[in-house]
Design a protein around this ligand. Structure first.
Ligand SMILES: *Cc1c(COP(=O)(O)O)cnc(C)c1O
Length: 370
C-alpha cells in the first residue's frame, strides 16, 4: 500500500531543501519503484538511455518556455551546488583587458561568493551591507559601476536575511551574472538581460544535487583555455550535461516541477501573483503585531521567498518554536548566521499554509504577551 502524503509536508517552511508540490512527490514516489513506460526504478536508469536524453530535453525546453529564453543560451544541469558556481564563474568568465569584476556584498550568500571568487583573482566590492548588519539592499544612487568591469555579480534573493532585489542591476554593456538560487522560477526575471544565471535546485525547484546554469554562448566561447573539464562551461555545454554521470534523479524531479509550473500553475506570471499574495499575508501579520514580530529586512527590500523575523526575547523564540512544532509547523528556525526565525515560502508552499501560520502567530502573541 502506498503511504499517504503526510500533512506536515504542507507546513514545511524550511529554508532549504524546501518543500515540493504534493503532486510531484506522488510522481517521484511512483518513479522510485518504476518509471511509467520504462519498467525500471529512476534510481537505476542509465544516464545514456534515450529516456534520460528525453528528460533532459524536456526539462530544458520547459525552462526555456517559462523564461522565454533566447536560443543563444545554453541550459546546463551541473553538480557542485551554488558554491561550486562561486568558484567556477571567476575561473571561467573572460577578464582579459578588463578591470576586476564587481561584486555586491548584500548578505550571507553574497559574502560567501566573494570569499570564494577572491581565491581565484582580485575583485572589487562595489557595495557592502556588512557594517549595517545586512538589513537592506543598496539603492541605485549608491552604486557606481565601472564601465570596463569584467562582469558584475550579485545575489537576487538573500535567503538568510530575506532581502530581495525587485529590479535588474548593472549596466547593459557589462556582463551580468546572478545567483538566483533561492528565487529561480518564482517570478519572471528578464533572463535575456543576464549573461549567466545560476541556481541550485534545492530551494525552489527540486532536490539537492543539480544546479541549473543559463549561459550565453558568446560568454563561453571566450572562456580561458586549460580549465579542468568539469569546471569548463564549454565542455559541459558540448556534452549536453552528461560530461560525467549526472544526477538523473534530481534532474527528473526538476522536470516534474517545471511541468507543474507550466500545467498546474500556468507560468511564472501566475506563480509570481501567488507568491506575492503569500508574502503580503505574512508581512501583514508582522506589521499588525506592533513590533512583537520584528522583521529583519528593510520594508522596501523584503523578500517574497524568505521572511526573517525575531520575537521580543530569545526565551519567547524558543517557546514559539516548541509550540509551532506541536502545531505541525516545521523549518521555522532562523539561519545560524543571524538567529531568530525564518519562514521560507517557496513556490510549493501554499497560501493556505501561510494563512495557517499567520493564525498561529497571532494566537501565540495573544497567549504570550511580553
Ligand atoms: C543556499 C544558497 C547557496 C548555497 O548553495 P549550495 O548549493 O549549498 O552550494 C548559495 N546561494 C544562495 C542564494 C543560496 O540561497
Amino acid at each position: 500500500m502506498k503511504p499517504a502524503f503526510n500533512p506536515r509536508n504542507r507546513l514545511n517552511f524550511s529554508g532549504g531543501p524546501g518543500v515540493l508540490p504534493e503532486t510531484v512527490l506522488h510522481e517521484v514516489q511512483e518513479a522510485v519503484m518504476e518509471v511509467p513506460g520504462v519498467g525500471l526504478s529512476i534510481l537505476g536508469i542509465s544516464h545514456r538511455s534515450d529516456w534520460f536524453a528525453a528528460v533532459v530535453r524536456e526539462a530544458e525546453t520547459n525552462i526555456r518556455t517559462l523564461l522565454d529564453l533566447p536560443p543563444d543560451y545554453h541550459v546546463l544541469f551541473l553538480q557542485g551546488g551554488a558554491t561550486q558556481q562561486f568558484a567556477m564563474v571567476p575561473m571561467a568568465l573572460p577578464r582579459e583587458g578588463k578591470a576586476p569584476p564587481e561584486y555586491l556584498d548584500t548578505g550571507y550568500w553574497s559574502a560567501k561568493s566573494i570569499a570564494e571568487a577572491q581565491r581565484v583573482a582580485p575583485l572589487r566590492v562595489l557595495w557592502s551591507g556588512r557594517e549595517s548588519g545586512y538589513r537592506r539592499l543598496p539603492q541605485d544612487a549608491e552604486l557606481s559601476y565601472a564601465q570596463d568591469a569584467a562582469y558584475l555579480h550579485y545575489v537576487s534573493n538573500e535567503t538568510v536575511e530575506g532581502l530581495q532585489f525587485s529590479r535588474v542591476l548593472g549596466r547593459e554593456d557589462v556582463t551580468r551574472v546572478c545567483d538566483m538560487s533561492s528565487d529561480f522560477l518564482s517570478r519572471p526575471c528578464e533572463a535575456q538581460r543576464f549573461s549567466l544565471i545560476y541556481a541550485h535546485a534545492q530551494k525552489n525547484i527540486g532536490p539537492a544535487g543539480v544546479t541549473i546554469v543559463l549561459v550565453r554562448d558568446e560568454i563561453i566561447r571566450q572562456a580561458p583555455a586549460g580549465l579542468p573539464s568539469c569546471l569548463d562551461f564549454r565542455a559541459q555545454a558540448e556534452a549536453h550535461s552528461i560530461h560525467n554521470t549526472p544526477p538523473v534523479f534530481a534532474i527528473y524531479v526538476v522536470l516534474l516541477v517545471t511541468r507543474w509550473l507550466l500545467r498546474e500553475i500556468g507560468g511564472l506570471e501566475r506563480m509570481d501573483q501567488i507568491n506575492r499574495a503569500k508574502a503580503a499575508s505574512l508581512y501583514a501579520c508582522l506589521d499588525a503585531s506592533t513590533g512583537y514580530y520584528g522583521g529583519w529586512a528593510a520594508r522596501e527590500d523584503r523578500s517574497l521567498m524568505n521572511v526573517a523575523f525575531t520575537l521580543p526575547t530569545p526565551a519567547l523564540q524558543q517557546e514559539f518554536l516548541l509550540h509551532a512544532a506541536r502545531a505541525g509547523f516545521s523549518g521555522l528556525e532562523g539561519h545560524r548566521a543571524i538567529g531568530g526565525l525564518r519562514a521560507s515560502i517557496y513556490n510549493a508552499l501554499t497560501l493556505e499554509a501561510v494563512v495557517e501560520l499567520c493564525g498561529f502567530m497571532a494566537d501565540f502573541q495573544h497567549r504570550h504577551p511580553c
